[in-house]
Every structure is written in structure tokens, then in C-alpha cells.
Design a protein around this ligand. Structure first.
Ligand code: GUN
Ligand code: FE
Length: 423
């Protein structure tokens, strides 16, 4: 029994809840069969003979969850960042995504994107691909072989898209059903329906996706009220829809699995009601917001007053860094900007709230990840090299410095289900 038990000794930090860090200094964490068994200041006698990993000045934290990333846009990160959304989509993103018709290109880029995510300590993710099913199939197997937990979506778009990336409606539905049906049953990597956003999807397409959702019990990821123009266009999308989220509700896309709405920058009260009614997760993508989207999510207000869960997303390639830990720092920075310009509306995020978004809340979309409390999977990272000579930091300070100033080189060990992984 003991050979399946691992002990780590040192500083441990995770989120106790959406607002609070749990800090265990100089403590022992017992990991049994890949799950956290307990944390204590003194090692229980029954484990005295088990191997102990000494963390030294390092700090142990849960791995990150990226709830909104376009793996298909990895090659364009940091390029075209002076454009705004629609210009950026037309000039960079759509031509880039068209390249995934080529299986060799798809393999090379998906290998690079997923390796980069693992290096950043992102072991759980909700991923957009492109319209191309063969490339999606490859990414699905790749993500599975890496041991990640993930949702993977074949993108749908049948209108307002360039000819080279615009699908025929019935073919889009057929390909989506083939993708979903051929990948059901894996507990760790699951298909998710991915209409790009309401402007690029027709009503027959959305309704067809709703039928697939019901048949295969599939969730949804999409971009929601990302710009004022998109929020306004949603009202005229087709007769009978009141707002952007109403489209997804009326087309039957919110009832059968997790619902992950990226951005949610310009929600109406009706959107918030629908988000609460179906326990949807919203995803703040601070870097993409800064780069290609003009608007800042009301993160602190949504979290504190509206009680809406917010995860973090890199939104590669709207975001330029796949590091969710940088997104956590940026979320705090952007919330201060919002507070400055709208002081009557809300305060700013604390670092503890931003870290919870990056781990606990994002992890809630998956199976027992996002924390190191007893009962969670030991998907964990050891951070080190964050202190200056003669300037020791507390465990929470080390974590905060990592999110602001760290790089992948500060992640000195990575574990999935209690097993160390080497990249
Ligand atoms: N809205 C529609 N497509 C996209 C995309 O690829 N990235 C972002 N950030 N927003 C979008
Ligand atoms: Fe996006």
C-alpha cells in the first residue's frame, strides 16, 4: 500500500474558497493513489516510512485550468495585436485557422500548443480548434496521451465567415455529430459543442447543435457578449431572441453539460439570469481583452454581487501568453483599471480571488482538480527560485511573485494524478 503513497514536506498554497488562500507552511501533504489524503504539521506515524519529497524554499500549488484557449491560434500569438476584434479575425485568425485543413500542419501546431500549455502548468483546458474534424480528432488523441483533462470542440461557423472557412449547415452538423459520437466515453477528455459565436452561426445550425447536445449529453463553449456590436446584433439575430444567451437557451444548448461562456463583457440582466439559472461558468480573458477586445469584464462585480463563477482563459491567440498564472496577475491589474474608471460600480479583485479563478473555479469544470484540499486529485506544481538573497518571502508572496514575474522555468516539478511528469 505504501508504494502508492507519496509525502511532500514544505509550503503548500491553494484556494480555500473563491476569496481566500489556504496556506500551510512547513507542512506535510499525504498523496494516496493520486489523491490528496490530508495535510498536517506533523507527519502521522503510519506514514513515517514513506518517501518524502522535501520542497525546500519551493511552494506547492494546484495546477492551472485554462477555460478558453484556441489551440488553433497558437502560431499567431503576439501578432496583429494592434487590431481590434473583427479586423484581427479577418486579417490574421481566419487565414490561420484555414491552415488546419492540412493534417501535417495541424499535427505540428497542436503538438507545439499542447506542449506549451503543459510547460505553463496548465493541465486542464477547454479548447477551441477549427472547423476541420480530422485535425480535431488528432488534438483529442494528443491531449489524451498527455494525461490532461479537457473539453475539445470542433468549431461551427456557417455564415458571416470567409468562403474558405464557411461551412455548409448540414455538413457542419454531420461532422460535429461524427466528432462527438466518436469521442464519447472518455472520463478525462470530452467533446464539447463549439459554435464560434452567434454572428457566425445560423439559427438552423444552432438548433441542430441543440439536438446533438440532447442526444449525446454534450456541453457548450462559445464567446458571449464580447463586444457592444455583438451584444446588439444578438437581438436581431433571428426573430424571437432577446439577448445573446437567450439564443443558446432557446436552441437547447444549456441543459446537457457544462456551459462555458468566454468574455461576458457586456451582459444584460437577462444574460446574468440565464447564466445563473444554468450554472454557467464565465471566463475572463484579461490579456485578450487588452489586445483585441475593447472592454473590461466587470469581474469583481460579477463575482461579489452577482455570485457568478469566473474562470480564467488565455484566449490564445487573442491573448499572447498561454500562461494562466500571468492571466491571474492581469485580472487584478485590469480590475483596478475598471475601478478607476467606474468607481461607483465595484472595487477591484484581490490576488486571492484571481488565483481562485485560475485554479479552483476553472478546475470545477473537471474531475476533482483545482485545489490541494483532501479529496482532490494531486495535479500539482512545485514553484521555486522566486526569492532574492536575504529577502525571504512568505508562501503566499512567492505565489504572487510567480504570477507577476515568473516564467515556466520557475515550475520545477509537475504532477498529474500524483505522478511526476517530465516534458
Ligand atoms: N470571437 C469570435 N471568434 C473569436 C476568436 O477567435 N477569438 C476571440 N477572442 N474572440 C472571437
Ligand atoms: Fe476566444
Amino acid at each position: 500500500m505504501l508504494e502508492k503513497t507519496k509525502i511532500f514536506h514544505g509550503d503548500i498554497v491553494y484556494s480555500a474558497d473563491r476569496n481566500t488562500l489556504a496556506v500551510h507552511e512547513n507542512s506535510y501533504i499525504v498523496v494516496k493513489d493520486g489523491f490528496v489524503e490530508g495535510i498536517s504539521l506533523v507527519l502521522p506515524e503510519e506514514y513515517l516510512w514513506a518517501d518524502t519529497v522535501e520542497l525546500g524554499r519551493g511552494v506547492l500549488i494546484p495546477a492551472f485550468s485554462d477555460l478558453h484557449i484556441h489551440a488553433s491560434q497558437y502560431a499567431q500569438r503576439g501578432i496583429g495585436m494592434d487590431r481590434l476584434l473583427f479586423d484581427w479575425l479577418d486579417s490574421y485568425t481566419f487565414p490561420q485557422e484555414a491552415r488546419y485543413a492540412d493534417p501535417e500542419y495541424a499535427r505540428a501546431m497542436y503538438d507545439a500548443a499542447t506542449l506549451s500549455m503543459m510547460k505553463c502548468g496548465t493541465f486542464h483546458a477547454s479548447i477551441f480548434t477549427t472547423i476541420h474534424r480530422a485535425a480535431c480528432d488528432y488534438l483529442f488523441e494528443r491531449v489524451r496521451s498527455l494525461g490532461m483533462q479537457a473539453y475539445i470542440g470542433k468549431v461551427n461557423m456557417d455564415q458571416n465567415s470567409p468562403d474558405f472557412l464557411c461551412e455548409d449547415t448540414s455538413k457542419s452538423l454531420k461532422e460535429t455529430e461524427a466528432f462527438v459520437s466518436s469521442h464519447t466515453g472518455d472520463p478525462r477528455v470530452k467533446p464539447i459543442l463549439t459554435p464560434r459565436f452567434s454572428p457566425t452561426c445560423s439559427e438552423p445550425l444552432m438548433k441542430g447543435l441543440g439536438r446533438i447536445a440532447a442526444k449525446y449529453c454534450t456541453g457548450l463553449q462559445t464567446h458571449l457578449v464580447e463586444s457592444p456590436a455583438e451584444a446588439e446584433a444578438a437581438k436581431n439575430w433571428a426573430p424571437g431572441y432577446a439577448c445573446d444567451s437567450d439564443i443558446y437557451e432557446k436552441c437547447g444548448l444549456l441543459e446537457h453539460g457544462p456551459v462555458i461562456f468566454a468574455h461576458v463583457i457586456f451582459p444584460e440582466e437577462r444574460d446574468l439570469d440565464i447564466i445563473r439559472k444554468y450554472n454557467c461558468l464565465t471566463v475572463h480573458c484579461p490579456e485578450a481583452t487588452t489586445n483585441v477586445i475593447a472592454g473590461i469584464m466587470k469581474a469583481e462585480r460579477l463575482l461579489s454581487e452577482d455570485n457568478i463563477p469566473i474562470a480564467l482563459g488565455s484566449d490564445i491567440g487573442g491573448g499572447s501568453s498561454p500562461a494562466v498564472y500571468h492571466q491571474a496577475a492581469l485580472a487584478v491589474q485590469l480590475s483596478k483599471q475598471r475601478e478607476f474608471y467606474f468607481p461607483e460600480e465595484s472595487g477591484h479583485l484581490t490576488f486571492a480571488q484571481a488565483f481562485a479563478m485560475a485554479t479552483l473555479t476553472g478546475g470545477s469544470a473537471f474531475d476533482h482538480v483545482g485545489s490541494l484540499a483532501p479529496g482532490y486529485r494531486f495535479d500539482a506544481l512545485v514553484l521555486d527560485g522566486l526569492e532574492d538573497p536575504m529577502s525571504p518571502l512568505s508562501p503566499a508572496e512567492k505565489l504572487e511573485r510567480f504570477c507577476y514575474c515568473g516564467t515556466d522555468a520557475n515550475i520545477v516539478k509537475r504532477y498529474i494524478d500524483g505522478k511526476e511528469i517530465f516534458l
